[in-house]
Design a protein around this ligand. Structure first.
Ligand code: HPA
Length: 255
């Protein structure tokens, strides 16, 4: 089975793939550069897509989410593991931990977030009861545990529009709503994956406590610094977890 990863902030380097080579995929939404490679013990190709484009050129609200997901589907990818840097609103999810989110709250504004725009594409209301693939999440969890990583199974991802960070009061409000972690890219990515019937699981990498929790201002440098320290771990996890999600198992995502 073909599987792929979408790398977020700080997870740009595709050298964890064997024999990486660039492929250019044309989609109705624009063209996308994807790295195609191999992983030991896995006969199908493995793909890696850098969400923010070369050199982190695209801010979260301008990422071409539809083109990215369409390209992976076009390549025959069935299961996707995404990484995303997040701030934590939950004291039990400290910087350095990984959260395998199982729900989201969407506070993005006006991003193209569906393939079903009416007309020829049709009108469709996709079920979002369980947005992330439970089976994939469990396998990623087992991989992270086997690697001795600090990992939490389940959590609520709050998606904000960005590119600014949140106000302290926004974070207080999101906590009241049950949010655990906050990031800027998780939606519409998961929604589009659902629309295409892909299995999609997200590894949220906690880089900081969210605004107002520490009394310190937030900087993108701080986020990058924690990501840099975790890059090796995340790559090792992706390799192990991609091999495991490539195994055959049944879930309701394709339906
Ligand atoms: N807020 C939103 N997005 C983020 C954060 C944050 O605190 N940290 C990393 N990505």
């Amino acid at each position: 089975m073909k599987v792929g990863a979408i790398g977020g902030t700080g997870v740009y380097d595709p050298t964890w793939l064997d024999h990486p080579q660039e492929v250019e995929i044309k989609t109705p939404y624009g063209s996308v550069t994807v790295m195609e490679g191999a992983l030991a013990g896995h006969e199908d190709a493995v793909y890696f897509l850098n969400r923010h484009g070369a050199g982190h050129a695209l801010p979260p609200h301008r990422v071409n989410y539809r083109a990215n997901l369409w390209a992976l589907r076009e390549l025959g990818v069935k299961r996707v593991i995404a990484t995303a840097a997040v701030g934590s609103m939950n004291l039990a999810m400290a910087p350095g931990s990984l959260v395998l989110v199982d729900q989201f709250l969407d506070f993005t504004k006006g991003r193209p977030s569906t393939f079903y725009e009416g007309g020829a594409a049709g009108v469709r209301h996709t079920d979002m009861t369980e947005p992330y693939c439970r089976e994939s999440r469990q396998r990623i969890f087992e991989s992270a545990q086997a690697l001795g990583l600090s990992v939490v199974l389940g959590g609520v991802y709050v998606a904000t529009e960005g590119p600014r960070f949140e106000s302290a009061q926004e974070i207080r409000a999101y906590r009241l709503l049950g949010g655990d972690v906050v990031g800027m890219t998780g939606v519409p990515e998961v929604v589009l994956a659902r629309e295409l019937g892909l299995c999609y699981a997200a590894v949220a990498l906690v880089t900081n406590f969210a605004a107002g929790l520490t009394g310190q201002p937030l900087t993108h440098e701080e986020v990058l610094e924690v990501m840099r320290a975790q890059t090796q771990q995340v790559q090792t996890l992706l390799k192990m977890a991609l091999a495991r999600v490539a195994e055959p198992y049944a879930c309701s995502c394709p339906a």
